[in-house]
Design a protein around this ligand. Structure first.
Ligand SMILES: Cc1cc2nc3c(=O)[nH]c(=O)nc-3n(C[C@H](O)[C@H](O)[C@H](O)COP(=O)(O)O)c2cc1C
Length: 326
């Protein structure tokens, strides 16, 4: 057993979290991860309304007795979801853990804290992590340049970002981005993290409620198969290369600084259901981390979590102990 401040804070068995994922983080995903002793997370905004989120939370309660969380992603200015409504569903649904991401959750902290909710904010920089600490977040999920999804604009990989976070932060943090195996869990612990957050790796599991084509694509992909899009819009996203992504990159090259989100709407807007549900792999751009290069199988969530933890224990007890003796 690996016990850390994060397992204690969230009342979970293993120091592993499944980050919120658009059109992946349904009750089936979150409950499978939580039943494996890690922390599953439902993606709030994948549900079209607060009422739908309430139903998804109720469904997840039916599928697990273990703690699970909800992700609330605060999107850039142009989108304006009913955040107070979603928070109301979270509070009334008895969920005690919220993963926030994107913009600062400052405005909504009183609503969350008054309901006794633990907040873990996902940050791609030390300065954002410090801000999260200052506004009362209980923990941070420090998301390195390797990550699937939005790595921010600083491009600092976890080998630097995590020890920097350890230098500055007082609240506990987990390592996010690129995580997928036992070696990385041990390294993350060594660099000061209290556990790991995984997105891409959890997509390649039996229970992930997504099309088999997506899982197969992750097994086939190598660490060379992701790329960054939307950098000219300062909304950089790491995605798996495909023909839609090729088109985006060509438009970015052609339009340069003149690129606007409307120019790539066809490749990024509303594409997730086509990919995740229908398995149409070239329908658009979808978030995927470099960790794809370390994904070689499609285990159950329980097999994956137990493998990571038991191999991590082995590395600590055998390999690291021997290094010390030598
Ligand atoms: C398909 C996919 C969708 C994602 N959607 C969201 C999201 O809606 N909100 C969010 O905060 N993070 C989202 N993420 C990021 C993950 O929660 C997590 O931070 C990230 O995947 C960690 O990097 P990794 O993929 O290398 O493990 C998504 C990631 C993936 C792969």
């Amino acid at each position: 057993m690996i016990k850390t401040k994060i397992t204690e804070m969230f009342g979970i068995q293993h120091p592993i979290i499944q980050g919120g994922m658009h059109f992946v983080g349904f009750a089936e995903m979150a409950s499978a991860v939580s039943n494996a002793g890690a922390l599953g997370i439902i993606t709030g905004l994948t549900q079209p309304s607060p009422k739908d989120l309430a139903n998804e939370i109720a469904k997840c309660h039916d599928m697990t007795d273990k703690p699970f969380g909800v992700n609330l992603t605060f999107l850039p200015g142009f989108a304006n979801p009913d955040y107070p409504g979603y928070i109301d569903s979270i509070v009334k649904g008895g969920v005690k853990i919220v993963e926030t991401a994107g913009r600062s959750p400052e405005k909504f902290m009183p609503l969350l804290k008054d309901a006794g909710i633990k907040v873990i904010h996902k940050c791609t920089s030390v300065r954002h992590s410090l801000k999260a600490e200052k506004i009362g977040c209980d923990a941070a999920s420090v998301d390195g340049f390797e990550c699937g999804g939005h790595p921010g604009e600083d491009d600092i990989p976890n080998m630097i970002l995590l020890p920097r976070a350890a230098e500055e932060l007082s609240i506990p943090f987990v390592a996010s981005g690129g995580m997928g195996n036992a070696q990385q869990l041990v390294a993350a612990l060594a660099m000061g993290a209290e556990g790991i957050n995984m997105g891409t790796r959890f997509m390649a599991t039996k229970e992930a409620p997504i099309h088999q084509n997506v899982k197969d694509a992750l097994v086939e992909a190598t660490e060379l198969d992701t790329t960054l899009i939307m950098r000219p819009l300062r909304n950089t996203e790491r995605v798996l290369k495909n023909t839609a992504v090729d088109r985006i990159l060509q438009k970015e090259k052609d339009l340069g600084d003149k690129l606007q989100i409307q120019d790539i709407f066809g490749e990024v807007a509303g594409v997730y259901p086509k990919i995740m549900k229908d398995g149409t792999m070239d329908a658009g751009a979808w978030s995927c981390g470099m960790v794809a290069g370390l994904i070689h199988d499609i285990p159950t969530c329980k097999e994956l979590v137990e493998r990571i933890v038991s191999e991590a224990e082995q590395i600590i007890n055998e390999r690291l102990n021997k290094v010390q003796v030598a």
